[in-house]
Design a protein around this ligand. Sequence first.
Ligand SMILES: [Zn+2]
Length: 281
Amino acid sequence: MSEVLSLPGRGNTYFYFTQMGEDGFSPAQQQYIRNLILAYRTRFPGLEITAVWDFGMEGGTPYENDKYGVFADCPDLAVSNRDMASISFNHIRVSRMPMDIPPDLLEKILTHYEAVKHISAMAARMRPELMSQGTPPAGILAAVNEEASKYLDEKGIPAEEIGGADHPGCIAPGPHNFLPLEDPYFADVWAIRQLEESMSIRRLTVHEIGHALSDVYDVSRDKRVRRLLAKCRDGFEDREEFCAECFMASELTDRIPLANETAAIYRACAKCTLQAFSERL
Ligand SMILES: [Zn+2]
């Protein structure tokens, strides 16, 4: 089935979704994605998305193809293609997801974010003091862990929900966030990572729209983005992911300053492009 969405902005958006019963997108999920794209294209007239489809539409069978293998095992959930201005979804895996992030999960992430912020600031205060007393690194870690565990106990937050598996009592740099605990951006990156790992069609679609917007407005190459990323580089895979992840986070909540700052750069870049466009007319 294909359906075209015509808007006054840049070109049309064509939707192609495999019809396959229980394994693919339901009509309600398809409608939800269409509405999301419509809303963002209305907000950002420069947003160009030519096609939205699922992996099944890219060839092979609805369950597998050469590029991705068996869709149910493929780690990619969605892919945005800059050259084609398209977004494709792994319909097999994504169709199991809720449309939006459950409100109680969002609230939990934001409550934990406040705790992480507190612990990070505490670690930043403790480290220089302990170092000046000649405490060895292992002793500093143990002391920070102890204080962190005490604080989490007080707040009634299970430590393992915040720390990694190896450090249930504290927050340690992990594979997705290599910033040290006392880094001023540690907590913001932690919260963005939690949102990134929450599974919903909205989160996934908005992340891909973040890539598409960055492509049309050149956000990732903007000087302000480069400057901002330089401060928290170890928290992100690269500049493109930084932009898409911060944009996504800013759309789910306005409580993470790093995400808000990046979203403000998106808006500024969009305005510039719009101005340049109208001056050419
Ligand atoms: Zn991405």
